[in-house]
Design a protein around this ligand. Sequence first.
Ligand code: SAM
Length: 349
Amino acid sequence: MKKDAALDALLLPWQQRLVSFAQGNTLFLRAREGAALQALRALEPLCVQPFKPWADALGRAGFEVLPEAPQAQDFAQVLVLPPRQREESRALLAAAFDACMAGGWVLVSVANDEGAKAIEGDFKKLAGGFDGQLGKYHCRVFWARRDDARLDAGLLQQWRMADAPREILQGQFASRPGVFAWNRVDAGSALLVAHLPQGMTGRAADLGAGWGFLADAMLQKNPGLHALDVFEADARALALAERNLRRYQQDIRLGFHWHDVTAGLPAAARYDWIISNPPFHDTGKAAQPGIGQAFIRAAADMLAAHGAFWLVANAHLPYEALLMERFASLRVVAATQGYKVIECRQVRR
Ligand SMILES: C[S@@+](CC[C@H](N)C(=O)[O-])C[C@H]1O[C@@H](n2cnc3c(N)ncnc32)[C@H](O)[C@@H]1O
């Protein structure tokens, strides 16, 4: 099990009896599985985690997990591991106080190098102060009871909407803070689109589709496609992709899958075309080529014999050996601006 300092630190105030939790009614926003979570099991926390691999890990460990927070406002304690993106974390703090009953606890933990100072400042403003704070394992942990006399109701109202979906790129798409490249086109994806062929027909898939930029470009260029499956692990991004691609649903069968591509694709009919700009990070900052390699395996496993897999990746990522193992024909279509676009054909089983 991977070390998770923010999770370990989060439970310290409770373990050190600085706060006392009531039985039941525990909400854990952006919950992550880890050794420290075992201590919380007796409280049967309701976990919320939009990222499918982490949601799956929580489910496998026996925790109840949802991709988004429920509407209920009667939780006696709300635990939060906020993301780094500022608007998203502000909205999450607002959601935590909304979900917490009057007098209940909101506890937050953030790694120092994940924006702890800024988020701690935001929490203090919103809650109207702290009931406690500590620093441990290179993280900040802070907590407060929900006290409506000191809670900043105006800020609460404002931050509820801090990460709300909105129009981007001159109204062409909807997006929201926190999803990958939320208000711009990723340079790698732009390069792939510039080289994507026209005249595609049959079934296609986009692996790690984000808010739908690549998939949209593929459908615009290729009206002959009759089905597209969109696979994305981030439930927030997937909902945006669904919204952004809605305009094609008259003409093509669209499938939206909240799915961990590294676990392989569901075994259905094979795809004639697969496109991907695979991720290469999960929690840390270090590149993890294993994630992109798992995407390549998933694509190769589900590509039709005559099909083509179009991939864009940062030039330094070591994908070639695996690509040569899984495809008899590789063509570097572009190698520029630190990216490579590769067309892979003649899949080997
Ligand atoms: C480099 S981004 C590309 C996004 C989009 N295709 C674009 O061009 O803007 C990779 C995407 O993969 C998603 N992702 C990360 N891990 C994943 C996994 N295990 N399974 C499926 N999608 C994943 C991320 O949430 C992100 O949206």
